[in-house]
Ligand binder design. Structure first.
Ligand SMILES: Cc1cc2nc3c(=O)[nH]c(=O)nc-3n(C[C@H](O)[C@H](O)[C@H](O)COP(=O)(O)O)c2cc1C
Length: 187
């Protein structure tokens, strides 16, 4: 097999929208640098946010923010809140907001999945803050459940590839995690 070295960042991830409050005003911004650090017993997630972003000011100010997973239907709005800064553009009405048990982080009504996050630790990378946070509450649109389970075909999350900056949607299920490899375990 021949390999070539590449310079692009080869990640494809669901995109998210972070919600925060700065000077009493709701703000939303888009993040491809986001992910799960630990699922349980406590769920920890992170977003990596470039320092001049207005969102950073809000997260540092309040210690809370939200992570919202948009579906393909929210592509245009998702891209928009990633193109303009709340520093000079009011993004508070791009989405309908609601609140969980803490009024310091707005959640997005239109996004099928919403997580209320409490800042645990900020890692200071060059030019970028990594906000490590505990997920306090998770909400899902009722119509995105099948028999009480999350149904990702209904959620239809908007995916993002950083290498060429394109948006994608999910394909089909090809296997079951923690099962497919079992046939290779020697008894
Ligand atoms: C698809 C997409 C992905 C993005 N991912 C990130 C990211 O991971 N980290 C980041 O700091 N900015 C990212 N941005 C840029 C911010 O969303 C953008 O600069 C936004 O205007 C910041 O808003 P704010 O100043 O109101 O916080 C992304 C933008 C888009 C469109």
């Amino acid at each position: 097999m021949s390999k070539v070295k590449i310079k692009v960042v080869p990640f494809s991830v669901p995109i998210c929208i972070a919600g925060s409050i700065i000077n009493g005003k709701i703000n939303y911004a888009t993040y491809g640098c986001f992910g799960l650090l630990s699922p349980r017993p406590t769920t920890y997630v992170y977003i990596g946010s470039v320092e001049p972003h207005y969102t950073n000011t809000g997260i540092k100010e309040n210690g809370y923010f939200s992570i919202n997973i948009p579906s393909v239907g929210q592509m245009q709005e998702t891209d928009y809140v990633g193109l303009v800064s709340g520093r000079d553009t009011d993004k508070s009405t791009v989405f309908k907001s609601f609140f969980g048990s803490v009024d310091k982080a707005p959640l997005i009504e239109e996004c099928p999945i919403n997580m209320l996050c409490k800042l645990t630790k900020t890692v200071d990378l060059p030019g970028r803050d990594i906000f490590i946070s505990e997920v306090l509450e998770t909400y899902v649109n009722e119509e995105c459940l099948t028999d009480g389970e999350l149904d990702f075909m209904k959620i239809n999350p908007l995916l993002f590839t950083s290498a060429n900056g394109s948006y994608w949607e999910l394909g089909k299920i090809v296997g079951s995690a923690y099962k497919e490899g079992k046939t290779m375990i020697k008894r």
